[in-house]
Design a protein around this ligand. Sequence first.
Ligand code: FES
Length: 319
Amino acid sequence: MSTELLEVRVERRANEAEDICSYELVSVDGAQLPAFTAGAHIDVHVAPGIVRQYSLCNPPHERHRYVIGVLRDPSSRGGSRAMHDQIQAGAKLTISAPRNHFPLVDAPRSLLLAGGIGVTPLLAMAETLSAQGAPFEMHYCTRSPERTAFRDRILNAPYAAQVRFHHDSARPLDLPALLAGLERGTHIYFCGPAGFISYVKASAAALGWPENQLHLEYFGADAAGAPVEGDQPFDVKLASNGACYTVPVGRTVLQVLSDAGVFVPASCEQGVCGTCLTRVLDGVPDHRDLYLTEEEQAANDQFTPCCSRSRSATLLLDL
Ligand code: FES
């Protein structure tokens, strides 16, 4: 994983829809930015101690800028609120180089399904597929036209005819009908809040869609990690030196280890990015992340200490 950090300037900030702004980032010294592929995201160091992931939504061939879209999340733990309230044109930001956990694969046909601000990585995918002349269609679901970011950009894009807009208020997406009419070789890419992801997953599963043709990324606002009723304290033990630490209710393994001087790389701290993934040698994790697949969680041999807890009294970690 690249840990390269870059200094960028906000060249332009624009209102894209109700509570959604885009930020165009350029390097402070005018140099080209590292190349990226559709589906990539960057970490944005929004404020001291606040790092958030945002997908790049501009055409991936561009090297002079990165464009991100940020929804002001009413349940924000500080990230999106700080972006909206404090980051104006001209502001300088530290970001990571792009990383891609959500890449396009070679496929005879692609379906892009966007839920709300989850449209951002799919915009970059639409740009790439369109430039390649690859067959695809995109469906973009939002609550209303006023909350539909990048609408004008899409309507003026070369692929505009391949995009359908759906609003909860009118013409919501009939996903089972859409999937039933698709070629079975189609790869489906979907990104949005947890409810949207569950809906797409369940609809695809009901039709027996092969799992390896489903590619998803959660939008972090619904990410995991909040305390849950019934949480209990538990211990984590480090395999390297036998040190044992108690994780109380209301604190994460990551926080406890960090306080003890045990470094575990982390980024989103919401169970979304997978940066903190740690091997579990013994014990049964209580998975609270949105990163691992159900099969990976069921294997119980790794977990995300930023949000997941333990079902057993002790977890032995490969640290
Ligand atoms: S830091 Fe992102 S999943 Fe744990």
